[in-house]
Design a protein around this ligand. Structure first.
Ligand SMILES: [Zn+2]
Length: 188
């Protein structure tokens, strides 16, 4: 009886492993298809920034053109097209399998495959525009604030805390917020 159970368990394990492999293969296929579509899109939008054209002319062996696509040290150069760049940034930041990476890790991930002038700046700006990341930042700042022990106060508006939160996505020319809290009444 015990032996039987062992067999069943082994079989289950094997099935599970097989299912996992199948899933990975499917994800792999999807990524390849997405990548091919993206390359087609890049080929169609072949507007090249001056900097890229100049580097290409140098023929330094680090930058080359293949099938209408420019490679910079093996990375695909993404032309100056807002839609394509935005899609790539999104894919490397808020997709389910990436999950809101910080600036450094997002840049690392992106650079495995793509490159364009000002990529680092664009990554920084993208995160600053990401609502979820900004929300997490504010929550984190609040938690840090709570760790400091406070004295007991006698009356209202004797001691206040001022938090400047920003930069936030620009709205009507405003990109930061000042939060003033009275420590006695907690009035904001
Ligand atoms: Zn985010």
């Amino acid at each position: 009886m015990k032996e039987d159970n062992k067999d069943v368990q082994l079989l289950k394990k094997e099935l599970w492993a097989r299912r996992t492999t199948a899933k990975i293969t499917m994800i792999g296929r999807k990524t390849t298809a997405d990548k091919n579509n993206r390359i087609k899109e890049i080929r169609r939008n072949n507007t090249r920034e001056k900097e890229v054209v100049q580097t290409l002319e140098k023929k330094d062996g680090l930058t080359w053109e293949e099938d209408g696509v420019v490679y910079m040290e093996g990375r695909i150069y993404v032309p100056n097209n807002k839609k394509i760049r935005e899609e790539i940034l999104k894919e490397n930041h808020d997709s389910v399998d990436v999950g809101h990476l910080g600036q450094h890790r997002m840049l690392e991930l992106l650079k495995r495959m793509y490159w364009w002038p000002g990529l680092k700046e664009d990554v920084k700006k993208y995160i600053q525009r990401c609502f979820k990341c900004q929300q997490n930042k504010v929550q984190y700042q609040r938690k840090v604030g709570e760790l400091h022990p406070l004295e007991i106060l006698q009356g209202s508006w004797q001691e206040i805390s001022i938090d400047i939160i920003g930069p936030l996505p620009k709205l009507n020319g405003i990109d930061a917020m000042v939060v003033i809290v009275d420590r006695f009444t907690k009035m904001i």
